[in-house]
Every structure is written in C-alpha cells, then in structure tokens.
Design a protein around this ligand. Structure first.
Ligand code: TA6
Length: 290
C-alpha cells in the first residue's frame, strides 16, 4: 500500500538510504518496524520501558539482519543444514517486504507485510512461497507468520520469531515454563539435555527446547515479567551469547549481553513443518508485560 494512505498514528520515514521504516505513535503504544525483514525494532506499550532490545550498533542496509528486535527466521533456522554457506536463519529477515495493510483502533495499530519468492530467493532456495506477517501493536504484541506453499512440490521449513527481550540484567533474569523439556544445546557441538527447574543465566545459553508452552521471563533488574505465548509452535529457542560470543558480534556492544535474552517461538529441530502444494501453516506469538 502507498505510504500516503497510512492511518494517522503511523508515519513512514527512512533510517538509512533506501531503508524505510514505519513509526507508530499511538496513545496505547510506540513502535518501529523496518520494511527490511518486516522487522519489529521497537514495541513500547504506554507506561513501560521498551520491551524489545535493539542494539545501538545495529546496521541498517539491505542483506544484513538488524541485531535485536524480532527477526523472522525462515525458511530455515540457524545454519542451513545441507549448504552451510547459505545465510544463517534463512533469507526472510534480509529482504524488503511489502506493506499490504495498515489500520488503527483505540487499542493500537495493525500492520500486514508480505514476502513472495523471486528469482533471487530461488537462487538460495528453489521453492515458490508466500509469507504474510500480521502484527498487532497494542498493550499486547501479537505477531502471526502465515506461510503458504504456492508451488507444486512439498517443502520443509524450520522457523522462529527471534524475539530479543530487553532485560535489566541477564544475571538476575529467570525463564520459567521449560521445566522438564528436552533440549538440544547448540552453543558448541550439539548436546542433548533435559531442563530441570527454571532457567538461570551464568554463562552462554543457546538451546532448542522441544516445548511450545508459554514462557515467563522474570527480570529482577527492571522489576517486570514478560510472557511469551506461542501458537503453531512446538519448540522454543533460548539464547544469550554471554561475554565471549558478544565480543565477537560487531553489531552488539560488548556489555549488552547483559541487556537481553532471546526467547523465540519456533518450529525447530524435530518440530519442523512440511507444507504440501497449497498447504499453509501459521506460527504466532503474543507478548505481554506486567
Ligand atoms: O537463536 C539463537 C541463535 O541461533 C544463536 O545460535 C546465535 O548465533 C543467534 O541465533 C544469532 O544469530 P545471528 O545469525 O543473528 O547472528
């Protein structure tokens, strides 16, 4: 849709050359979304501090994923298993999406973005597809990634809504809701494990959990709890890079590993999704803060 027909609370601007973003200034919520990746950069319900972490060193150029926010990992999560040279976490987060719809109500703003296959995506992955990302930016945040196989042969995907949740201090942050879940530790050579009790952070954590249960992130630093409730998902990824891996990420300040935890509503590991021709799947997440 044309940017000159946006509802009054939504404003289009550029954060860098050829890099449009939408800014939402609504009585219930402030938010920013990049067309690149349909990438949510900010979600701040009125009366709260930003709920989503965004790196002050994030780079804004086509083909480079924004560090922080909520990257859309699709059609594969992590390294591509058969061709490791392909971009990590797929290509959906590295391409310009179309804005298809924007509306507002007294509760907030709704935006719909779309991405379809092109010759450039076929060079990376040979399947016709259509993605729609439906975003509700309100006192709660709702993201629904709708995927469709528009081709004539089946394909299999893995995916994640890679939410970077802002916390006051990772060392005083606890993730609840994964007790008893089987996980694959991917911080080094893959190692299976079983979560016992709540998850505390005393070093790097990079785990794919076989659990689609609601997760609560309690953050003693900012004195709040963020709830992540998924649907269409049987897996959850939790990541914090800790000291050494944070230092290796050029687009992240060294100390900012203290300021976020990724809790990602996912379809990963054994929870992959196969779409037959015409088939659809929806992966969605609702975030609340209290
Ligand atoms: O979700 C966890 C993870 O897959 C980690 O292994 C870590 O590398 C992170 O995502 C960030 O990946 P990126 O490609 O954005 O640097």
């Amino acid at each position: 849709m044309a940017f000159d027909t946006l509802p009054p609370s939504v404003h289009a601007t550029h954060i860098a050359d050829s890099y449009p973003i939408l800014e939402v200034n609504h009585p219930a919520v402030r938010a920013r979304v990049a067309l690149h990746g349909a990438h949510l950069m900010e979600w701040t319900p009125t009366g709260q501090q930003p709920v989503i972490y965004l790196s002050p060193q994030a780079e804004y150029r086509e083909g480079k994923a924004i560090r922080g926010g909520i990257p859309i990992c699709w059609p594969w999560f992590g390294p591509n298993e058969s061709t490791p040279d392909l971009p990590s976490h797929g290509f959906a987060r590295n391409r310009m999406w179309e804005l298809e719809a924007a509306s507002e109500s007294e509760k907030g703003v709704a935006l719909t973005f779309a991405l379809q296959d092109t010759p450039a995506t076929h060079a990376l992955w040979p399947h016709p597809f259509r993605l729609e990302l439906h975003m509700k930016l309100e006192a709660e945040l709702h993201l629904a990634l709708h995927m469709q196989n528009t081709g004539s042969s089946p394909f299999t995907i893995t995916a994640a809504l890679h939410s970077y949740l802002a916390v006051g201090d990772i060392r005083r942050t606890v993730v609840h809701g994964l007790d008893g879940a089987e996980y694959m530790d991917t911080s080094g050579p893959r190692k299976p494990g079983l979560q016992q009790g709540d998850l505390h952070f005393t070093g790097e954590v990079d785990r794919d959990y076989m659990s689609g249960s609601t997760v609560r992130v309690s953050d003693a630093g900012l004195g709040r709890v963020i709830t992540v409730q998924g649907s269409g998902s049987g897996s959850t990824v939790v990541w914090n890079p800790w000291i050494e891996k944070a230092k290796a990420l050029k687009d992240l300040p060294d100390k900012d590993y203290l300021r976020f935890v990724c809790v990602e509503t996912a379809n990963v590991w054994r929870d992959f999704v196969t779409l037959t021709p015409g088939g659809t799947h929806e992966l969605s997440a609702t975030l609340r803060v209290e």
